[in-house]
Ligand binder design. Sequence first.
Ligand code: C2E
Ligand code: MG
Ligand code: MG
Ligand code: MG
Length: 286
Amino acid sequence: YADTAMYRAKESGRNNFQFYRPEMTKHALEQMQMKTSLRQAIDNEEFIIHYQPQVDIATDTLVGIEALLRWQHPSKGLLTPKKFISLAEETGMILEIDDWVMHTTMKQVSKWYHDGLDPGKLALNISMRHLEAPNFIYRIQNTMDSYGFKPEWLELEITEGHMMKNAMEIINKLKQVSKLGINISIDDFGTGYSSLSLLKRLPINRLKIDKSFIEDIPEDEEDLTIINSIIALAKSLNLKVIAEGVETIEQINFLKSKKCKYVQGHYYFYPMSADELQEILLTNNE
Ligand code: C2E
Ligand code: MG
Ligand code: MG
Ligand code: MG
């Protein structure tokens, strides 16, 4: 077991030497192996993008697509971000991964527009680590330019998690993003720590209600109250609202009655491959 781990670590090369120590826990060992294989995943492009449509519930039309990263792991199968995103953030590898995501999705979406298809806005999840990188604006502008991708096609999803820590810097960054004509939404809204005063100062377009509040409606009274407040807050700040994780008709009906215009979730669509999405876009065009 130990020998295998050491062999793998060595084999991966590239500033990545790590040595097995007997006191390492099973978890630590797994993390170490995961780090090595994540490095390989970046080098070998083992990632794929799934797209999940966002829907206007008044008209049942597709208005956007969120890009969701998947890792086609050589032995573990298809992995969702929960299994590797925090490790990617800790190690800084998220910069390269998010870069790959930007390139892959902008290239694809530009092609769809060019072919006369309408995927709506592309929503990209941007890690705080990436947003904070000094050349973030340059990288995004550069990627858009490479594919003739228009800024109004893009929406960045940022989580409120640690915004307060670095509020000034983040406000500045997002203002530059917004000046380019790119939309910004706050993801998983209601689960983080952003203050109302910060929210007012951010150049954002949309709040995305976290799926943990949607899960138990319409039964859970507290969740109903929270959703009501988020929708009211959005209205008073002139922001759009989208609900994520919507799975049932009862949830749709409640959200409709509260004038939440947009939803995303298994009720309409599961995340799907680019090919599958293209089929839907072609059908929409008929
Ligand atoms: P998120 O941005 O909040 O994405 C929504 C998550 O909810 C996705 O999980 C999606 O597959 C899942 N979902 C969609 N509809 C439903 C539903 O009806 N019910 C339930 N229970 N879940 C639903 P996923 O794909 O596992 O992604 C998890 C998180 O990983 C994302 O949360 C996002 O924060 C992060 N992520 C995904 N792709 C990227 C990426 O390219 N870069 C970065 N930095 N983070 C990413
Ligand atoms: Mg998201
Ligand atoms: Mg979300
Ligand atoms: Mg979420």
